[in-house]
Design a binder for this molecule. Structure first.
Ligand SMILES: Nc1ncnc2c1ncn2[C@@H]1O[C@H](COP(=O)(O)OP(=O)(O)OP(=O)(O)O)[C@@H](O)[C@H]1O
Ligand SMILES: [Mg+2]
Length: 637
């Protein structure tokens, strides 16, 4: 199937329901029609057989009565006397029927026989109601030849009236107990009563008829449909042949028999009865009563169309009712199927959206608790956990992006750091080589050379230490050894060790708080911090003074270093504590690598402290380091 049948579940299910209903209705219809047809056939077959049998037996009785009547006449003394006398006297004359009738028993009086003939045993008519027949030789007449031996009759056509008549011939015996025939008596009569019997349409429906056919396959009673059919209408139909060829009746049982002999294809068979074409060529349903000995077959037939008309009506009713039921089933199944398939369709839409990466749709809580409802419910749960997972993944992804970005930046900074650091490292090497070379060539005194070499070697060492510190800070591996430290002592030591570097004319004053607070710190790193700041002050101050003071507070201690140098260049002030931020200062010495304050800030931060810097209004710069006093809890081991 193509098109909508492959696409829509609804269409498929509705089509299926309609097909099932149509098929079951059709099957029921066909079976009931078949059953109805069988029942109808059985009933009509039985009815027709009854009619055929009943009417035929009536006719047989009438006809045997007629024969008996003539036999009675033949046995009358008067007839015998006439014959005897004719032999004795060879009297010829008109038979006095009045006289004869006197001898006829009362039962034959109204029998309507006419054309009586008394025939001697040589076949000569010796007496007749029709005088013109007297003397006629009937010795070859088949009726006479049969009738002289035993009472018999034949149904023949009266040429004058063109009607069927019954000619009865009975032998006349000479005496009672003596079987010697002395002649015969022959009487003719119309068969009106038989016609009455056959044309009676009781129990034959609208189109039924019964009629007699003789062994010459000619109709001998009147046809309901064709005028003047008697002895003119040929009836060579199936039941007639069956009667005269095989001596069988046509009946319900006949259908079984039909299967054996060949050439009967034009007849249709049923369980009961049989449909065949009658003498008019019209399909009829019929039964027969065959009396081959008496030479007639009685047919009882009804038009097949009449038999089938109630079936057709039933069939039409089935069609109408079936169509209505199918329509009803279609409408009902539409609603039922919609209820069943709606959650499935919703699920399908949801799955389609999910397959396109859309998890935003809202799947409603299922209304039913059946398998589809449970599927719906599980699907809802699955989607919501999937949604959560996806959100989590998205969150992680964005975090990862940020981390990645940071890493990239770090990587970039690292590259920069390496390139700057390696460049910076090269700087002090060149003058060392220069001093060594000049001393070797004897161009400068050795002491001067040693001083130069030492100065730059120290710088190189300092640079190497700074770079190592920076790389430790970057990788988070800069370790601290926290111990209790008396800050005044540390400040004093640093100040005194650096005093030697002061420019000529610059003095350094140290004012320490009496309280001499004890803090928890890495003494070497705090020393490094103070060296950095005081070295800078010395480096960038060519005149005036450098003031170092500590101020103790309950929870912190401030170390303030103020100088009267050139001040921090404005353009580096905002990023003063960054890496490689360095610039020469007016009237000061050359700037260094720019790592000092970066390391300083990191160390102070690790001590939970703060560092600030600003330029003094009167000139010079002030650096303030604040360290917490009770920072034991934040110690690092
Ligand atoms: N007391 C100060 N007066 C004026 N400028 C200062 C002072 N201290 C620092 N600076 C400025 O801040 C810059 C950064 O100082 P930092 O100590 O980080 O680097 P550096 O002294 O130049 O080099 P390094 O310390 O690595 O040898 C200096 O180059 C200088 O321009
Ligand atoms: Mg410095």
């Amino acid at each position: 199937m193509i098109g909508p049948f492959t696409k829509s579940l609804n269409t498929k299910l509705i089509t299926l329901f309609i097909i099932i209903s149509v098929v079951s209705i059709a099957a029921t219809g066909i079976l009931s029609l078949k059953a109805a047809e069988d029942a109808l056939r059985e009933r009509i077959d039985a009815q027709l057989q009854n009619e055929a049998k009943y009417r035929a037996s009536l006719i047989e009785n009438i006809w045997s009565l007629r024969v008996e009547q003539v036999q009675l006449l033949a046995s009358s003394q008067q007839v015998k006397n006439i014959l005897k006398e004719s032999y004795k006297k060879i009297v010829q004359g008109v038979i006095n029927t009045q006289e004869l009738e006197k001898t006829i028993p009362p039962s034959i009086e109204d029998s309507n026989f006419y054309d009586l003939k008394i025939i001697n045993k040589d076949g000569k008519v010796i007496s007749a109601t029709n005088s013109s027949l007297i003397g006629k030789d009937l010795s070859q007449n088949p009726n006479f030849l049969r009738g002289i031996r035993e009472a018999s009759y034949s149904i023949e056509k009266d040429e004058k009236t063109r009607k069927a008549v019954m000619i009865v011939t009975a032998p006349v015996f000479d005496d009672v107990g003596n079987s010697q025939e002395i002649g015969a008596i022959q009487a003719t009569r119309e068969i009106n009563l038989v016609n009455k019997i056959t044309t009676d349409r009781t129990n034959l429906g609208k189109t039924g008829e019964t009629y007699l056919v003789n062994r010459d396959e000619l109709m001998i009673t009147e046809s309901r449909f064709i005028p003047n059919a008697v002895f003119t209408q040929k009836v060579d139909t199936l039941p007639v042949k069956e009667c005269f060829e095989n001596g069988r009746n046509l009946s319900g049982i006949y259908s079984t028999y039909l299967k054996t002999p060949g050439n009967l294809g034009q007849y249709t068979m049923g369980k009961a009865g049989i449909v065949y074409n009658d003498y008019r060529g019209i399909p009829v349903f019929g039964a027969s009563y065959c009396d081959r000995d008496l030479g007639f077959v009685l047919l009882a037939e009804i038009d097949a169309s009449e038999l089938y008309s109630p079936l057709l009506e039933l069939q039409n009713q089935y069609l109408i009712i079936g169509s209505l039921i199918s329509l009803g089933v279609g409408i009902l199944s539409f609603f039922v199927v919609r209820t069943i398939s709606r959650p499935l369709i919703n699920l399908t839409h949801a799955v389609e959206k999910i397959s396109q990466g859309d998890f935003t749709m809202d799947i409603k809580e299922p209304t039913s608790k059946d398998e589809i409802g449970r599927l719906h419910h599980s699907f809802r749960i699955m989607i919501s956990s999937l949604r959560q997972s996806i959100e989590q993944i998205q969150k992680l992804n964005s975090e990862l992006k940020i981390v990645n970005e940071k890493l990239r930046l770090k990587d970039k900074l690292k590259d920069e750091f390496i390139s700057i650091a390696s460049h910076e490292l090269k700087n002090p090497v060149q003058p060392i080589l220069g001093f060594a070379y000049l001393a070797k060539k004897g161009k400068i005194p050795h002491d001067e050379a040693w001083d130069g070499v030492l100065q730059h070697a120290r710088r190189l060492k300092r640079l190497a230490i700074d770079i190592l510190d920076v790389s430790k800070i970057e990788s988070g591996t800069l370790d601290y050894k926290f111990t209790k430290v008396h800050l005044n002592q540390v400040i004093r030591n640093v100040a005194e060790s650096l005093r030697v570097n002061l420019s000529p004319g610059v003095n350094m004053e140290v004012y320490l708080d009496q309280k001499d607070p004890e803090i928890y710190a890495d003494i070497e790193r705090i020393t490094q911090v103070l060296e950095n700041i005081i070295e800078n002050a010395i480096k960038f101050t060519k005149q005036g003074s450098i003031k170092i003071q500590s101020q103790s507070h309950p929870d912190k201690v401030d170390i303030v270093i103020t100088d009267t140098g050139g001040g921090i260049p404005q353009d580096i002030l905002p990023n003063l504590f960054g890496k490689f931020v360095t610039q020469s200062v007016k009237d000061g010495m050359e700037h260094g690598t720019g790592l000092g304050l970066f390391i300083t800030k990191e160390i102070i931060t690790a001590h939970k402290g703060q560092i600030t810097a600003y330029n003094n209004k009167v000139g010079g710069a002030t650096f303030t380091v604040t360290l917490p006093i009770n920072n034991y809890a934040n110690q690092k081991s």
